[in-house]
Design a protein. Structure first.
Length: 123
């Protein structure tokens, strides 16, 4: 968790690693993340990307990596992302280690919460 001070206000903020439709240039980015601070391109190890429906999902898989983007988001944005991802049902929000610009940082990401059928590389 990262705490940010903006204009004299104490704002709770978190890092979040996104992939698929939340990345720049894709369908959900503008509404959900266009006002959030972009930290850089990143990747997480030991996860694989699947086309779980008409959208992507990641699942634990040793030896694999998922590329995406890292952002700082406020609590309201995190709640909107939870709603989009069906947190607790479709996806589970989990803290992971993200390699961003050569540094390891912790951030939230959304892990697919169901079986996968077809692999992978949604994008």
């Amino acid at each position: 968790m990262n705490n940010t001070i903006r204009k004299g206000l104490f704002i709770m903020a978190d890092k979040v690693f996104v992939y698929g439709t939340l990345m720049k240039g894709h369908g959900n980015h503008g509404y959900y993340l266009s006002q959030s601070e972009f930290l850089g391109k990143g990747e997480i190890a030991s996860y694989a990307l699947y086309a779980v429906s008409s959208f992507p999902g990641i699942v634990p898989e040793v030896g694999e990596k998922v590329k995406g983007e890292d952002y700082i988001v406020d609590r309201d944005t995190l709640k909107r992302l939870d709603s989009l991802e069906g947190e607790g049902s479709l996806y589970l929000r989990k803290l992971v280690e993200v390699l961003v610009e050569g540094q390891i940082v912790q951030g939230w990401t959304y892990i697919w919460n169901h079986d996968t059928v077809q692999r992978k590389d949604y994008l």
